[in-house]
Design a binder for this molecule. Sequence first.
Ligand code: AMP
Ligand code: MG
Length: 351
Amino acid sequence: MIILGLETSCDETAASVVTKDKRILSNIVSSQYLEHKPFGGVVPEIAARAHLGHIDFIVEEALKKASVSLDDLDGIAVAGGPGLIGGVIVGVMMAKGIAMAKDLPFIPVNHLEAHALTARLTSDVMFPYLLLLVSGGHCQFLIVEEVGDYTYLGGTLDDALGECLDKTARLLGHGYPGGPIIEQLALTGHEDAFSLPKPLKGQEGCAFSFSGLKTAARKVISENDITSPTFQADFCASLQQTIGEILIDRCSHALRMAHAKRPDIKTLVVGGGVAANQYFKGQLSQWAQSYGLEVVSPPIKLCTDNGAMIAWAGVERFRKGLLGSLDFAPRPRWPLEELRRGDKTERKTIS
Ligand code: AMP
Ligand code: MG
């Protein structure tokens, strides 16, 4: 089985060809990093126009690199939301066009579901598992019970973690995306140089809140000299250490909640762009050891948005007969739990 996957829900125009036996035949990602850099974040209209300008070429490249033609495909998967609606529409219309022209199954995929399932493409992770999804737009814990079956445990009350890192990096005078810059700068800093708040630490539940940390970061930055490399390094190291502690505390609570429902959970999957951070990954792996919990994170290029994760979610859905229909409407908002209720018009069985 060969599936083409398209991703256009935020600031990456991406297409990938993936097989049922987990071979990524191509994975083409065009990042709009330079277009958004001057604004310090993703500008929806710029994103939509860039997707429109790049999508044809990216699909062509993905097919060429995989040495397949549209006739070799068994289905086409696309991120149908949640995301910036202008971009989602571009991807969905492209996928519908190909599906219609080639009479292929059309598989609209929830972008969050794709992040949730990526670890099964790159490692042999078995259901159920606990997922920490940390990206530019999302920050939440889920129990991944099965394909299409997710239980939300808690998430951010305000900013996503990636957003907090991006905005803080901007205050330090850096461009977008800020997460990798902060990680790099932190390498030579002292993590106890600055004391920063840890919102919600120790409190019940597994919600996150990053707005207070962001405000505190703004205050420290305004009181210091951002042209000093020592300040930059020390501040970034302190910020990362603070966030690491918050992540571990929230993960402890989330694991307790998850085990109350599914005592058989043995894996924590960390997905989304922030999962590319080696410091956070190291801290979480160390913490997990005492629980006999395995921490799995996809390779960096599959943590940030990409087409392979969409194609793989397409494979997983195809195998279960969870296809879509051409009347699917792109969705700016699409909570994962809605999938469990199973939209009847989007369930078809393959004969
Ligand atoms: P996504 O929303 O999944 O496309 O991921 C983009 C987000 O991930 C942005 O907020 C980035 O700042 C963040 N990010 C990417 N790489 C890293 C990293 N190495 N450390 C922390 N955050 C990162
Ligand atoms: Mg992105």
